[in-house]
Ligand binder design. Structure first.
Ligand SMILES: Nc1ncnc2c1ncn2[C@@H]1O[C@H](COP(=O)(O)OP(=O)(O)OP(=O)(O)O)[C@@H](O)[C@H]1O
Ligand SMILES: [Mg+2]
Length: 102
């Protein structure tokens, strides 16, 4: 089984820097309109598929005024801790994605 235990986002959409830990089997996400709930789900989508659910233009997901973003997902895959990283760099096309065992 694959489980996401934590996700950290840097300069991704409305997030400058934020981390979310998922400790229970079921997680609810709540917040005001525009707080970033859907953006958080899109960060999880990036971790799984190295792309946004919404757009193919990765630069659109860089926080306005910043020059790239980074997403780090901490996974547990059949008891083995792993890290999935997605990086979009300044003016670069595409995403650097990597998954590593910890
Ligand atoms: N590239 C970006 N840079 C800065 N802010 C961004 C960027 N892309 C999106 N946003 C901001 O993210 C916010 C929307 O976040 P999101 O859609 O995740 O909210 P939500 O919590 O799902 O809201 P709702 O309850 O209405 O569905 C908006 O304020 C939007 O301006
Ligand atoms: Mg939403």
């Amino acid at each position: 089984m694959l489980r996401l235990s934590q996700i950290s986002v840097f300069q991704f959409k409305n997030y400058q820097e934020a981390s979310f830990r998922f400790t229970e089997r079921i997680t609810g996400i709540y917040g005001k309109n525009g707080a970033g709930k859907t953006n958080l789900l899109d960060a999880i989508h990036y971790c799984c598929f190295t792309r946004s659910y919404f757009t193919r233009t990765d630069q659109n997901n860089v926080r306005q005024g910043q020059q790239g973003f980074r997403i780090e997902g901490f996974l547990n895959y059949n008891g083995q801790p792993e890290k999935a990283v997605c990086v979009v760099r300044k003016q670069a096309k595409g995403v650097f994605g990597e998954r590593q065992r910890l």
